[in-house]
Design a protein. Structure first.
Lengths: 483, 483
């Protein structure tokens, strides 16, 4: 393990964080609020970051293992220090609450411990949203740099292979691909701000809600989320951007380079659309047949159904209605969407549609193997064969995912809330969705949980966001041996 | 597909079923009850079974695929026709209820649709318990004959390999090993009957509860299950036999052949004991610290904790207290035990401890692979390397298991019961446990569900019992092609 490198990168991370804190500082000055929470935070963060990033001279070699461990470490550092403005603002009960809130933002989860967000100063609200926007950007690069390819795409985007030395193989490609991803991300951001403003949302609200949409985070500055605006136009705009941002960004790369035929050939893209359409249809039918949306037209019911399924499947977590009051069947559909999540290579969380496809195809392979023992059936994604090692890792990922949910439930259940609350809070944290059901429903928040549960759920968010393996490596003693 | 063979085996299965029905017929005659439900059932079953088993002359060749399909088919036949005495008895609302009850018995689940079992005639009660005892026996042979080896044990027991032609490779070994398993099973049955009788349980009750224990089924003839007897001696005896019958039966084979050192080396055995002890400890501590067992001594609390964890982990489902009223943490421990289940090669259901161990070891392998990309870490069980194909199937199994639970939840949620009810009812069905939480708690039953839910849950029990793959093959169109 290259410790000096780790320290230097940590230092640079902190400097980046203190630079990022300048933006909410300016916002708080603009709105004539106290800038002190940000000033204090910047001072603390730079005081630690500066010496680390300039004094330490690392060795040059840099392996995949360090990449994984760093990924976990950077995320933790951001959360630990990004919580400081919240802490200094005095609006949070204790540091654990601040940590939960910023972890929820950075991991683009969107869960909150605040019972009333509308009393917060604008600077703090801006930092909540902006940090989740940064988190979404981080996820894109992270996906690119550290996660194994989900399949063999024809283009290089997202083909980053985590096994093997990183320095020689990855960096040039990553830098190039990151730029494209950032550009798409920023283009979406700009487009949504303009659309929301045109639909009548105030400027400040447009910016923070755009930040919260494109990162599929879902932290709103209103207690009743998007329902506050009561505007179909706003809801439709946000629905579109939630869906766009939970699609694999490689798809947009294909669109830009005019390879539309490749887009139509993407199985993950189609599977995502089919699942979303099916879920919306089921929820719409269920709501209509049970008469749960009394006084609403069919079109309104359809809009709310689509908004909510898109919000949950994209793991954003915005709401226009209290789906806690929906019939059990619709809620079960939402729970399944929470588990599945969006596409790989997007800012969405969850298991990811690509993994679901691979796991489903593994069933076909295994059944065929029983019927024809000597058959060799290759599992494919996007038309290319997927390596056995990737399939193995996807299977292991799924197992850890489910185990992480149940083990977390065990800790959270100590608080004594209903199984529905405990289970959906955990699922919504690991999948980076945000709201769950019952006590953590869309109009509610995570404030009722104990500090232990909050800290555990915050870690779950990070584990889910980093897709588990970096955290396992961070915890594995053999990662920390000097080789 | 060898259709003629399938028909002949189906016929023989039905004849075996009608022979088995003679026993409850005798019981009903002995207690001077109406024997008609059994007479009618025997007539119907033989009328279909006789011509099939004597008129059809099959080809001799017989492959693994047919074995799997047959396994699924036999189980379904037993349930479809074994439900007849219930139907003719008039104590059940409709045929779906009868099908649910017998599926629950045969699959050793132990869930019931009856709100009051104590009004049933003894013949019917006997058939409920005896059919679950037969189911337990069926599972043992099934495990032996059709399931892939969970690892490379040194002895031949349980090494049956499902891939490859069955006739030549398996039958002689299976027949031999089955005999040993049956002898152990019958010895346990005899021992428990005697113990329960000595502890003061009436003869009839001793027999039916023994049947329900050794198969880890858990169908009681009392509405409040074992709590009815209010006898620590009876509870301890049943606890011991529940634990014994959820241990891999190969362990007893080792004990008989005095290879105790091999017993001590079995990782599944140890893992099972450790999980059970840890769960009991956690539940005991939780109950004690929350004061949930007021008026009970520590020893009583410990006894109830052990009884309940053993009952759930062994997937029996007996109860001495209403654990529905326990604190959330204890209930969460029970939910996790439902998921895990007992050892492979026992009558217990669930995921199985051996699979859990393999899945956990896959994590270690995958993490090591990231740190040392060129490392080849072999996953072992019981000291022997496990083949990649087995690991793949275990991973796929886990995925289907979880998916089956969520898809079933989707159907059951149409009934509109709480998420806790829906989820635990489904989990308790797939894992063959029986009681869940909330509306399907230990003192409750499955009568509130719609026919659709009951039929779905009954199929879930069969899917869980047969460990999924035979059912997938039964459903796979390519199984039914003539080769």
């Amino acid at each position: 393990m290259n410790y000096k490198l780790m320290l230097r990168v940590s230092g640079r991370t902190l400097l980046l964080l203190s630079a990022a804190l300048l933006l909410p500082l300016l916002v708080s000055l603009y709105y004539k609020e106290s800038p002190l929470p940000f000033v204090y935070a910047i001072l603390v963060v730079s005081a630690i970051g500066l010496p680390l990033s300039f004094l330490v001279r690392p060795e040059k070699q840099f392996f995949a293992q360090e990449g994984f461990v760093l990924a976990g470490g950077i995320w933790l550092l951001f959360c630990l220090f990004g919580a400081l403005p919240f802490y200094f603002s005095g609006f949070f009960e204790n540091y654990i609450n601040c940590f939960f809130e910023i972890a929820s933002a950075f991991t683009t989860t969107g869960a909150s411990v605040l019972t009333d967000v509308e009393v917060l100063p604008r600077g703090i609200l801006f930092w909540r949203s902006f940090s989740s926007w940064m988190g979404g950007m981080g996820v894109l690069v992270f996906t690119l740099a550290f996660l194994p390819a989900m399949g063999g795409r024809t283009h290089n985007l997202l083909r980053a292979e985590a096994t093997g030395p990183v320095a020689s193989k990855l960096v040039p490609k990553t830098a190039q691909s990151s730029k494209i991803l950032y550009m798409i991300y920023i283009a979406f951001t700009g487009a949504e701000v303009v659309c929301l403003r045109l639909a009548g949302m105030p400027w400040f609200d447009s910016w923070v809600h755009t930040f919260a949409t494109v990162c599929t985070g879902g932290l709103s500055i209103k207690n009743v989320s998007i329902g506050y605006y009561n505007s179909p136009a706003i809801e439709i705009i946000i629905t579109i951007f939630m869906i766009l941002c939970s699609i694999n960004f490689a798809i947009f790369f294909l669109v830009i380079t005019r390879r539309l035929r490749d887009v139509l050939r993407s199985d993950e893209f189609w599977a995502f659309l089919i699942i979303l359409a099916a879920a919306t249809g089921l929820v719409f039918l269920n709501l209509t047949l049970t008469g749960s949306m009394e006084g609403q037209s069919s079109l309104d019911t359809l809009r709310h159904s689509l908004f909510q399924t898109a919000s949950i499947m994209s793991t954003t977590g915005f709401s226009t209605v209290d789906f806690n009051l929906w019939p059990e069947f619709s809620k079960m559909v939402l729970i399944m969407l929470m588990l599945i999540g969006g596409c790989a290579g997007s800012t969405a969380g969850g298991l990811k549609v690509a993994r679901l496809l691979l796991l489903l195809r593994c069933i076909g392979r295994d059944v065929k193997k029983i019927i024809h023992p000597r058959s060799v059936k290759v599992v494919t994604l996007e038309g290319k064969a997927v390596e056995d090692s990737t399939l193995r890792r996807v299977s292991t990922f799924f197992f850890i995912y489910v185990m992480a949910i149940f083990l977390t439930c065990l800790i959270v259940s100590l608080d004594g809330f209903s199984f529905t609350t405990t289970f959906t809070a955990t699922l919504a944290s690991v999948s980076n969705v945000g709201p769950g059901l019952d006590l953590v429903g869309p109009l509610s928040n995570y404030s009722a949980f104990s500090d232990l549960s909050k800290a555990t759920l915050a870690l779950c968010m990070i584990i889910g966001r980093l897709e588990i393996f970096p955290i396992l490596l961070l915890l594995s003693p053999s990662s920390w041996k000097r080789s």
